[in-house]
Design a protein around this ligand. Structure first.
Ligand SMILES: Cc1cc2nc3c(=O)[nH]c(=O)nc-3n(C[C@H](O)[C@H](O)[C@H](O)COP(=O)(O)OP(=O)(O)OC[C@H]3O[C@@H](n4cnc5c(N)ncnc54)[C@H](O)[C@@H]3O)c2cc1C
Length: 310
């Protein structure tokens, strides 16, 4: 059995989640290679030392120029050429877009949101917004899956993979990149941040979110949000946490003015410590919180900021 892991990069290098994907792949296959997407500082060096990885395929194209359609074709070509039995993507925006296309081109059923690998064919994934975990067998000739990186510990860093320069990605006839705008922020990335402070409708307005940003910056935290406030236009949609947003597993999650709807909770199930501030003592968020403050959201942030400045 041979697995191909698709490793994403961001502005600062290889995404740390790639190491978790390698851990998942090693549970399914005896041999693991990695296709590194795009160029980033030190990404190749970081990929080369991932424990258990035999080959790292690097690409002449830069990450921001890679189109979903051409990437799908390139992955399929590599799978056919190398005879992989498994292809693992991260359950990220990119993975969610490319993984089903690769499965369709290989004529196999895709497997999404894997949270545990029991053996080469047996996987666990959540259904019904995370209320139930289902164990299933994937008997396709190639297992094409997206993996929740937060569910796996990263592999070690004592490997020495061979670096192989891959062919340029194929041109696509119907799609071309017009522009690319990277979101620039000094805050940690939401999916890998150790601390996340998140706001919901209880923060009420822009002023509430300004206060939330102050708290995030004071704690070195990323900012998350509910779908309700994203829909209200109070924050960008890449802050959304939950079933249809990002799935996160920070050490500390501070939920402020958030009711705790099941679709939101689906995104924070693996958070280690949950703190909630809400003025309704009956709010569902208190059922999953380790610590709760029944008080006004903005006043709660002020109190925390005061405490942190002492
Ligand atoms: C298919 C589907 C997918 C969805 N996916 C997602 C998803 O990915 N992520 C997501 O978040 N939601 C998602 N939702 C929406 C979800 O069901 C909830 O509507 C949403 O999470 C509620 O957001 P909220 O907690 O900000 O707002 P509300 O539910 O309105 O809660 C606001 C909370 O703030 C409290 N509050 C009000 N005023 C104050 C105050 N002054 N001080 C303190 N507390 C106050 C209230 O007591 C209340 O508990 C989805 C829904 C559907 C149907």
């Amino acid at each position: 059995m041979r697995a191909l892991v698709i490793g994403e990069v961001n502005a600062s290098g290889m995404k740390p989640t790639s190491a978790s994907l390698v851990s998942a792949a090693l549970k399914a296959a005896g041999s693991v290679d990695l296709l590194l997407l795009g160029q980033a500082p030190k990404a190749q060096e970081a990929a080369k030392v991932l424990s258990g990885v035999e080959k790292v395929f690097v690409n002449p194209d830069s990450g921001e120029n890679i189109l979903t359609e051409s990437l799908s074709k390139a992955v399929v070509a590599l799978v056919k050429e190398q005879g992989y039995s498994h292809v693992f993507f991260e359950a990220s925006s990119m993975g969610k877009s490319v993984m089903p296309r690769v499965a369709a081109l290989l004529d196999v059923a895709p497997l999404s949101d894997v949270t545990a690998v029991l053996d080469a064919q047996t996987y666990v994934r959540p259904i019904f917004a995370g209320s139930i975990d289902v164990t299933l067998k994937d008997e396709e000739p190639v297992v094409v899956a997206s993996v929740r990186a937060t569910a796996f510990d990263p592999c070690g860093n004592d490997g020495n993979a061979e670096i192989v320069v891959n062919k340029p990605f194929p041109e696509t006839m119907k799609t071309r990149k017009v522009s690319f705008e990277a979101v620039k922020t000094d805050r940690p990335a939401l999916q890998s941040a150790r601390i996340v402070v998140a706001g919901g409708r209880g923060l009420e307005d822009e002023e509430g979110f300004k206060k939330l940003a102050q708290l995030a910056d004071r704690l070195g935290a990323a900012i998350g949000a509910t779908r309700a406030v994203v829909d209200m236009g109070l924050c960008p949609n890449d802050w959304q946490v939950g079933q249809t947003g990002k799935i996160i597993a920070p050490d500390l999650y501070i939920a402020i003015g958030i009711s705790g709807a099941m679709q939101h909770i689906a995104g924070i199930k693996d958070a280690k410590v949950v703190v909630a501030i809400n003025n309704d003592p009956e709010a569902a968020i208190f059922e999953v919180a380790d610590y709760g403050l029944v008080m006004d959201a903005k006043a709660g942030i002020e109190a925390l900021l005061k405490e942190l400045s002492n």
